[in-house]
Design a protein. Structure first.
Length: 193
């Protein structure tokens, strides 16, 4: 399992180094980055503390589901992006599953606060007509919400994923190289001398 996770992390590194060298279209870059991050999130962070240091089947299934949904989105190409305003049935089903996967990956990696806040905002978007006057709005149905969060490059695949896929990953790779080559320790020792 450790070898497989290392291979996935190396593949992610190679892909992002290639993306830094050559032009990768925005949609593909963000989607592939999210697929790598989701996969590693489910394989490296256990469902609960008692499953630490063991990858279970319920870690592998959501990782594969996330990759499968990203393949579905990439396979759709521009037609998939054009359906954002009126997603079809499979878009809504797979988009809902993907949103749940992202929320679970966020819970596993950062704790419960971020997913709880995200769920509250999703509930606010859906329950708008039922809220008292200062907060009332016409509301959004599940298809429109999934179309925005999953299909467009403004929801899940928005600016934060773009920055993560282009800048943060490069600094992370650079930091890992410095740490594992011993160069980081050398610079710290040199600065103290």
């Amino acid at each position: 399992v450790g070898t497989a996770v290392t291979a996935i992390a190396v593949a992610m590194t190679v892909f992002h180094l290639y993306a830094a060298y050559d032009i990768v279209p925005t949609q593909e870059l963000r989607y592939i980055h999210a697929a790598f991050v989701l996969t590693l999130s489910f394989l490296l962070f256990p469902l609960a503390a008692r499953f630490r240091n063991h990858v279970q089947w319920f870690d592998v299934v959501p990782a594969l589901a996330g990759v499968g949904i990203i393949i579905y989105a990439l396979w759709g190409g521009d037609d998939f992006l054009d359906r954002a305003a009126v997603p079809d049935r499979w878009d809504v089903i797979l988009g809902t599953i993907f949103i749940v996967l992202v929320l679970e990956a966020a819970r596993r990696t950062t704790g419960p606060i971020m997913p709880v806040v995200a769920v509250l905002f999703i509930a606010y978007a859906m329950l708008g007509p039922h809220l008292p006057p200062p907060w009332t709005h016409r509301g959004f149905d599940i298809a429109r919400l999934v179309g925005h969060l999953f299909i467009t490059l403004e929801g899940i695949f928005g600016v934060a994923v773009d920055v993560s896929a282009t800048l943060i990953i490069m600094f992370t790779i650079y930091g890992a190289i410095l740490q594992h080559s011993g160069a980081g320790k050398f610079f710290i020792d040199f600065s103290l001398a």
